[in-house]
Design a protein around this ligand. Sequence first.
Ligand code: IMP
Ligand code: ZN
Length: 353
Amino acid sequence: MEWWINMPKVELHAHLNGSIRNSTLLELAQELDKKGTVVFSDFEHVIRKNDRSLREVFKLFDLIHMVTTDHQTIARITKEVVEDFAAENVVYLELRTTPKGNDSIGMSKRSYVEAVVEGFRSASSSLDINFSLNDLEKCPARTGKMIYVRLLLSIDRRESTAAAMETINLALEMKDMGVIGIDLSGNPNVGEWATFLPALKFAKEQGLPVTLHCGEVPNSVEIQEMLDFLPGRIGHACCFEDEEWRKLKSSKIPVEICLTSNIRTETISSMDVHHFGNLYKANHPIVLCTDDSGVFSTNLSNEYALASSTFGLGKAEMFQLARKAVDYIYAGNAVQKELIKVFESAAETLEYN
Ligand code: IMP
Ligand code: ZN
């Protein structure tokens, strides 16, 4: 694994609450069990389970959200997630999370996102981290790992048009805190595309890039409408039919590929038939991502190693794939230029054979 860990990588599809360390999740559940708020054994059972259907994954998220309610915990898990990605040489991370309000503890969607930003800030005690809107701003050089971190705000498919619009407005207000785009996610069997479209259109008009979870379940009408919207990127693209592949390929919309997630949730039956192979051969823009490194017990280095062994791609090809991901980031040209330098310098030191 060492080579894959040493290779610089770009992560564009990672959900905050899906990327929590298992140890932290168990610790938080234990604390709340003592207070009588949750039952620890419920957590232990689901957390330790390796294979989960898509339905079970959303049950697990409901459990996770029960223990990550307060500002302090949100800041803590954010800090740890950034540290974990940086530790495996992820040099650019676009983290996504669904802003959640909770009146009983004085949490608004805004204060939730501020807690995430606080988590970024506290990660800077051990890391050289850049999460400012000003792309050129650099932290004073430290000896630790360097990572650029940006935030996407997610709209959950359970939400109404008004709630989705609130998230877009929040993203616009928090642009100077590293919020650079919007994601549509949540249980794909819930909600209608028409509910989110007005808010997503507004985001686009305001210059906020949008990425959509698309085709996690068969739904031709929705998939085609999503592709017609021309999002900046899409995630998954598992249940596409011929017409949708044709549309996708002619649109050149980059696809965030999450191999382990797709297998664990049984959205794809086995790795060898995964559409990564086809899209890679077609030279379609793709980027390997983790989705939920905590929930699916993976990391980005592992995803690269997995793609390499499954599809017979060598280290040089995988390095190029990682490098190409820089083209699809939502941060501006200045960050792209810095990242290209990181890859150029790594190309000189990494052994390919
Ligand atoms: P959060 O937004 O930080 O709370 O991260 C967890 C949330 O991300 C879940 O409640 C879902 O809305 C979303 N999510 C995580 N994994 C998936 C997935 O595989 N498909 C669709 N949505 C997902
Ligand atoms: Zn996802």
